[in-house]
Design a protein around this ligand. Structure first.
Ligand code: G1P
Length: 285
């Protein structure tokens, strides 16, 4: 199965950092967010990957490219293993790029992938969400293989966060699987009863492209993927799959800071030093 990673957003929530840097290159401890996403795709059996980029996104291509000067330097300084994981990932994945000419929305970015995808179901992984244990795309791929149709990852969110997500409504057909009846992009809490949010992971049938071509600009004047899926629901089965693994929302500042702390605490080389800093901060607070 192929994967599409939309990475063309302007990243306005993280200005000024994102003025000249892609938000997808924001680090989690010492690894850029997009590397986690590519790792998830590969771990889910999606080795052919299209990254949809835009202006100011060149650092993403450089990251997944060789850097001969750096390799030579690491070799000489006796640290040739520092990039081992990334190199293994680069040889496991086949990454391609296409630019979205103007930022017309997530739906338009996914539409840029139509020639790459062809006529098979494909994964979509958004860089603002990091999922681990198990890789969310693997869960969706398995659901698609078992049930057919499209599969979208969902998690319950508190009512005051409803306005940040595409919200889903449907009927549970088996534990943790919901046949979707409707979706709405970033509603007000008064507009929906459901607290099931889409968390940036999708396996979609190629029918989505025809739906997106017919989708008018929606929320924020952008072509919304959620609106395309809403139209897809009328034609084909779309299942919502409750994701029970760990997810970090790194498109949100507190989410990103928290992810850094959580991941750093899991590392032996950083845990003790970080604990001291946290103790100091707690005493001050
Ligand atoms: C996008 C989608 C939204 C989804 C969210 C998950 O919004 O439009 O439907 O719930 O990702 O992170 P964004 O966060 O890019 O504004």
């Amino acid at each position: 199965m192929k994967a599409v990673i939309p990475a063309a957003g302007l990243g306005t929530r993280f200005l000024p950092y994102t003025k000249a840097q892609p938000k997808e290159m924001i680090p989690l401890v010492d690894k850029p967010a997009i590397q986690f996403v590519v790792e998830e795709a590969v771990a889910s059996g999606m080795r052919e990957i299209l990254i949809v980029t835009g202006r100011t996104k060149r650092a993403i291509e450089d990251h997944f490219d060789t850097n001969v000067e750096l390799d030579n330097h690491l070799e000489k300084s006796g640290r040739p293993t520092a990039l081992e994981d990334l190199k293994a990932l680069m040889s496991a994945a086949r990454i391609m790029y296409v630019r979205q000419p103007s930022p017309l929305g997530l739906g338009d970015a996914v539409l840029r992938a139509a020639p790459f995808v062809g006529d098979e179901a494909f994964g979509v992984l958004l860089g603002d969400d990091i999922t681990v244990d198990p890789p969310c795309s693997a869960v969706l791929k398995a659901a698609h293989e078992r049930l057919g149709g499209s599969a979208i990852a969902l998690q319950q969110v508190p009512r005051d966060q409803i306005g940040r997500y595409g919200m889903a409504v449907g009927k549970e057909v088996e534990p943790g699987v919901i046949r979707l009846e409707d979706m709405i992009e970033k509603p007000t809490p008064a507009q929906v009863r459901s607290t099931l949010a889409t968390i940036g992971r999708y396996v979609l049938t190629p029918e989505i492209f025809a739906r997106l071509r017919a989708t008018e600009p929606g929320k924020g004047g952008e072509i919304q993927l959620t609106d395309g899926i809403r139209s897809l629901i009328k034609k084909e089965d779309v299942y919502g799959v409750l994701y029970r693994g760990r997810r970090f929302d790194v498109g949100d500042k507190v989410g990103w800071l928290g992810a850094n702390l959580e991941l750093a605490m899991e590392r032996e080389d950083l845990r003790d030093g970080l604990k001291e800093v946290l103790d100091r901060i707690r005493k001050k607070a």
